[in-house]
Design a protein. Sequence first.
Lengths: 314, 369
Amino acid sequence: MSDAIVVKHLSRRFGPFVAVDDVSFSVRTGEIFGFLGSNGAGKSTTIRMLSGLLRPSSGTAIVGGIDVSADPEGVKQRIGYMSQRFSLYELLTVDQNIRFFGGVYGLSPSRLEARRDFVIEMAGLRGREDALARDLAGGWRQRLALGCAILHEPAILFLDEPTGGVDPLSRRRFWRLIDTLAASGVTILVTTHYLDEAERCHRVTLIHAGRLAAIGTTSEVKQVFAGRPIVEVRTARATDAMRALDAMPDIEKTSLFGTAVHAVLRNSQLTQAVLGERLRAAGIPVDSIEPVAPSLEDVFLDVVEHAEAARTAS
Amino acid sequence: MTKALAVYRKELRQISRDRRTLLILVFVPAFFLLLYGYALNFDIRHVRLAVEDRDGSPESRSVVSAFINSGYFDLAGAVYAPKEAERLLDLNDARAVLVIPEGFGRDIRTGQVVPVQVIISGDNANTATTVLGYAGSILRTASAQLAPGGAERVPPLAVEPRIWYNPELRSTLFLVPGLIAYIAMITAVASTALSIVREKEVGTMEQIRMAPIDTFSFIVGKTIPYFIISLASSALIIGASMLLFGLPMRGNWGGLFVAMSLFLVGALATGLLISTVADSQQLAFQLALLISFLPTIMLSGFIFPIGSMPAALQVVTYLVPARYFLVALRGIVLKGTALAHLLPQLAALTVYAAAMLGLASVRLARQRG
């Protein structure tokens, strides 16, 4: 299948500040593509450019076959957008919200009826059509906002941190809807800083300080830890253990994960037994040392650290 | 057009469910009208007058009663020494003192010219000027009656003033049209500006920007509901002004509708423009205050005559739409001026509305990407 989104050397400057810096990537049709990064990393700016809301300073973005710089309004017809704020009209009912967005997207009356039914069904809002949007609980509001964003059956859907402030059950239900949409051929670009959600994306990219720091499937991006095993040390004296581990030349770095310590080893030859001996010799009681698979959080922190180090070096 | 209709319907539904906004749009104007209508009054009555009658003759008493019977003066008391009069003025127990000299009656009868003194407290210059006018006119009448030969004697030149359009010179009739303009301005500017800025705050504005809706449909759908509401609210305050303050309607209702509509479109467009600049309701309100409410009060001729402003300020008044609207409104309502004679004002209002709409659309379109 062809690519739904093709971005080449996209940049956006606000005065001297470079919000997005020479970003290139492409998203396949029907793919769930995760956009990860801390606040202010450039996620929202990128989405705003891709949706025709913000003109790129340089570079090109082709969304649904349309160049966003050339025809921003044409792009808007092909995309759906849902933001973290689930922007609904609080004082309108579920039904009135749907009708309003249907009208704004220029749906014909008969199509609007059909789509309205579909959205009500999808969001599980049957019987609550006349409830005011402000009276809905978070999960329902979220699904209604999603429904309003896909009323016009867009081929591409942008979700900007779509699950903020929603309970875990609703989040899971929401992701199931996303999976269904993707399976039906909708391309989905989702920004998030919930790293467990990123695991549900087909591919992710990490953006830091306006630049793409990594891109690939979640297991691909985890390859940054190839040859650098991570072990989890459980001990009653985590801080002392971190200090002792940091002093060892074959330990790259340590970090605290809950009550345990994660240590990145510089080579895979170093065994857990040797590590345990060294810690006990330093007078630190060790409950267990286990190898762990790198989580996306590990990857994220690692990538950010490397990017920062590269920036300060240059 | 269906997109504009969708925005229009949504806006109406939202307003009808938002009790607070509706209340503000309908009742605050009426409240303002009552408040300002009764408080803003330049007519001066019941001026407390102290009388120092050193003569006590029938003639001097007739002068005193001429003052009291005029309705403009209330007797604050009789005094018998200049010191006492001074004390009453100092304490503000009297605003004016009438001093009639000894021998007043005798001198009148012998046909001499007799001075009568009126002391007026000048702490409020406006009031003092008006009181001086009243006193002068009462004394002129009294003097004509008291002169030997009385009223039969024909003076060489007699002024017979007649005041047109407002024979009683009630300042209310002059002020109420200004009030109508001011209230209509507030309602129209604030309602549009705040409604859009609120959408920005909640985030729905971004959702709309992401949708393929053109600026024109958005503006049309967004302003028509507020146009209807401000028109209704204007009709309400005009009606109330007629009932409560005796505002006449000497002109043509159609003409009034045209002038009012042009003025309101300009005001709504101003609100629209403000909403493209401000990102919070607070800022929007302050901007509205600065660029529309204050000029409407200060620079429109509502209260302060434009002719007596410094030249630089007079130039600024050309940018204030209420300036033109007030001429049209006062003309239609008080004088029955035909619309054909108000074309310059209507043209100015049209230019203002078009300029504001143009500016607002350009800014809105640019913000959409």
